[in-house]
Design a protein around this ligand. Structure first.
Ligand code: HEC
Length: 166
């Protein structure tokens, strides 16, 4: 009986301590109840406009061919800084896939997650091509990246994407 009481006493103290810890966490309205306390700052639209799109542009604009009356101009990263910029943008796009999977942004747990994963896969391909300093590879994987964008847009973007490239 003595032991039993002692156990109860300690359980009570533990309970009070736990309550204290939880009170100091405060009620959280964001994030999953069990996961890390993520703080989504922007909407999906904001993430698209201010994170995804500008970095996709860096990738798409880094390699290509411009044909004018004066002749053909091949565009490719010309030095290490320019290659680094392609790498940084591809990396940001890959991690942006995770931003899209966060609570509050993900539209469902099925197709949306698959498309966000598709963005990660495509961006990793761009990273690998940039790492090899392979301009044709960046061009080709940039095409795959575009496919990953439009795949999700076809299903989840309400208005038809006309004004902007993807
Ligand atoms: C997992 C889904 C998903 C992927 C992948 C995705 N988008 Fe989006 N995107 C959306 C949705 C949904 C919208 C429409 C906004 C909304 O409904 O909240 C949107 C809107 C946009 C917009 C318009 C934003 C504005 O200001 O109105 C741009 C630009 C854009 N996306 C670019 C891209 C590019 C570039 C890629 C690929 C590199 C991409 N998106 C990949 C889901 C996605």
């Amino acid at each position: 009986m003595k032991l039993g009481n002692r156990w109860k006493h300690e359980a009570l103290i533990a309970g009070i301590l736990m309550a204290g810890i939880c009170a100091s966490c405060g009620p959280s309205e964001q994030g999953s109840p069990t996961g890390p306390p993520f703080r989504p700052v922007g909407t999906v639209e904001d993430v698209m406009h201010d994170v995804v799109y500008p970095h996709a542009e860096v990738v798409w604009d880094s390699v290509g061919t411009i044909i004018t009356v004066e002749g053909t101009n091949e565009i490719r990263p010309g030095n290490e800084d320019e290659w680094m910029r392609v790498m940084q943008s591809a990396y940001t796009l890959a991690e942006a896939g995770n931003l899209l999977m966060m609570d509050g942004r993900a539209r469902d747990t099925e197709d949306w997650m698959a498309y966000a994963n598709g963005l990660i896969d495509a961006a990793i391909q761009v990273m690998e091509a940039a790492d090899r300093r392979d301009d044709q590879g960046v061009f080709d994987t940039g095409g795959e990246l575009y496919v990953a964008c439009t795949a999700c847009h076809e299903q989840y973007w309400e208005k038809p994407p006309s004004a902007m490239r993807p």
